[in-house]
Design a protein around this ligand. Structure first.
Ligand SMILES: NC(=O)c1ccc[n+]([C@@H]2O[C@H](COP(=O)([O-])OP(=O)(O)OC[C@H]3O[C@@H](n4cnc5c(N)ncnc54)[C@H](OP(=O)(O)O)[C@@H]3O)[C@@H](O)[C@H]2O)c1
Length: 339
C-alpha cells in the first residue's frame, strides 16, 4: 500500500454539483486510474483520446470497476455496521458517481486539439480540473504533420495549446491544471533551446534527451502558467515509476531485444516501481486535495504518492521557462494558432 489514500480526498454529489474534468490519455495506464477516481469522486470526466474504440472500451471498464468497488464498500459496511470509522468513510463517499464522456483529440494533430476544445466549450462552460496526462516516451525521432518532434508535441506543445484554449473555462471556476511530467526531466542537465531536435545517433541515447526536454518544458509551462494566473492552481507531477503501462511498449515490442528491455523494466518495477493505480496518486492529490491552495502551492512539483519535491534546476529557472514559453507562442503562431 502507498502512503496516500484517494478516499481521503473530497467526494462531490454529482446530483447537486457539476464538477468537470478533462484527462488526456485517460484510456490507459495512469490516466485510466485518474479517470476512475475522479468519476467515483463525482466528476463529469471527459476522456480525451485519439482512438474511439480504445477510449469507449476504457469508459465501459471504468464504470464497471467503479460499480464493483461500490459493491465491495457497501458489503463491508453491511458486515461491519458497528464499526463507526468504516461507516463514516462510506457515507462520506456518497452513492453518486459522475459521468464519463469521450472527447476525440489526437495530440499529434494541433487542429484536432482545437476541434476538441471547441467541442468541449460547446458542451460545458466550466472546467474544474484539466489533467495533461497523455504522453509518449523514448520514441524514434519522428516529425508530426505540425512539424514538431512527436515527443515534444505529445508531451508538451499540444498540452500548451489545449490549456491556453481552455483557460477561460478553467478561470471561470478557479480550476486546476495538473501536468504529468516525469523524473526523466532531470536528464536535461542544462537548458537547450527547443529548436535543438537532438536527432543524433545513437537514437537509443538521444531519444531520452528529447523526452527530458519535453518533460522539462511541461514543468516550465506549469510554473509560468501559475505566475500568470494566480487565480487558478497549476502543478506538475512525477507519477512514480509505473512499469506496467503502455508507455514502454515500443521498447518491449522490439524484435529480439524486446525481451531484454521487458526484463529490465520488469526488474525496475519490482524494486522501485509502484502500481498503475498508485501512479495516479500525485495527480489525484493535485486535482482534488483541499489542502492545496493557489496562494501557497501554485507552480509546485509533486512526486510519487503526492509527496512534494523539487524539480530540476533547469525546470525551475524562470528565465529558461520564459524562453520556452516565448518559443512555443511563436511556433504556434507560425502555424496559425494564436494563443
Ligand atoms: N509509467 C511511468 O513510469 C511514467 C513515469 C513518469 C512519467 N510518466 C508519464 O505519465 C503519463 C501517462 O503515462 P502512462 O505510463 O500511463 O502510459 P500509457 O499507458 O502509454 O498512457 C499514455 C496515454 O497517452 C495517450 N496518448 C499518446 N499519444 C497520444 C496522442 N497523440 N493523442 C492522444 N492521446 C495520446 C495514450 O493513448 P493511446 O492508448 O491511444 O496510445 C494513452 O492513453 C505520460 O505523460 C508519461 O510520460 C509515466
Amino acid at each position: 500500500m502507498g502512503k496516500f489514500d484517494p478516499d481521503e480526498l473530497p467526494y462531490y454529489n454529482a446530483r447537486k454539483v457539476r464538477k468537470v474534468a478533462i484527462v488526456t490519455g485517460g484510456n490507459s495506464g495512469i490516466g485510466w486510474y485518474t479517470v476512475l477516481h475522479l468519476y467515483m469522486h463525482g466528476f463529469v470526466v471527459y476522456v480525451a483520446g485519439r482512438n474511439s474504440t480504445r477510449v469507449n472500451k476504457a469508459i465501459k471498464q471504468i464504470k464497471r470497476e467503479a460499480r464493483r468497488r461500490r459493491r465491495v464498500k457497501e458489503g463491508k459496511r453491511a458486515a461491519t455496521e458497528a464499526d463507526s470509522k468504516i461507516s463514516a468513510s462510506v457515507s462520506s463517499t456518497g452513492p453518486v458517481f459522475g459521468e464519463l464522456h469521450y472527447l476525440p483529440m489526437d495530440l499529434t494533430d494541433l487542429k484536432s486539439v482545437e476541434k476538441g476544445c471547441k467541442r468541449f466549450k460547446s458542451l460545458e462552460p466550466r472546467l474544474d480540473v484539466l489533467v495533461n496526462n497523455a504522453g509518449v516516451m523514448a520514441l524514434p525521432y519522428l516529425v508530426t504533420a505540425d512539424g514538431f518532434d512527436v515527443q515534444l508535441q505529445t508531451n508538451y506543445v499540444a498540452h500548451f495549446l489545449l490549456t491556453m484554449r481552455l483557460l477561460p473555462c478553467i478561470k471561470r471556476c478557479s480550476g486546476r491544471v495538473v501536468s504529468v511530467s516525469s523524473i526523466g526531466h532531470n536528464l536535461e542537465f542544462r537548458y537547450f533551446s527547443l529548436n535543438r531536435t537532438f536527432n543524433y545517433k545513437p537514437d537509443m541515447i538521444f531519444t531520452w534527451m528529447r523526452y527530458a526536454i519535453a518533460k522539462t518544458a511541461s514543468i516550465q509551462f506549469t510554473k509560468l502558467l501559475a505566475i500568470k494566473n494566480p487565480d487558478i492552481l497549476c502543478m506538475a507531477v512525477h507519477p512514480g515509476l509505473v512499469m506496467n503501462t503502455n508507455l514502454f511498449s515500443y521498447w518491449t515490442r522490439l524484435p529480439i531485444v524486446g525481451i531484454f528491455f521487458w526484463l529490465v523494466f520488469h526488474l525496475i518495477g519490482v524494486f522501485f516501481g509502484v502500481s498503475n493505480e498508485q501512479g495516479a496518486h500525485s495527480t489525484l492529490k493535485c486535482a482534488l486535495s483541499l489542502d492545496l491552495e493557489p496562494e501557497m502551492d501554485n507552480g509546485r512539483y509533486f512526486t510519487t504518492h503526492g509527496v512534494e519535491s523539487k524539480a530540476s534546476y533547469v525546470a525551475s529557472n524562470l528565465n529558461d521557462a520564459a524562453s520556452t514559453w516565448i518559443w512555443t507562442m511563436h511556433e504556434l503562431r507560425d502555424r496559425g494558432f494564436d494563443v
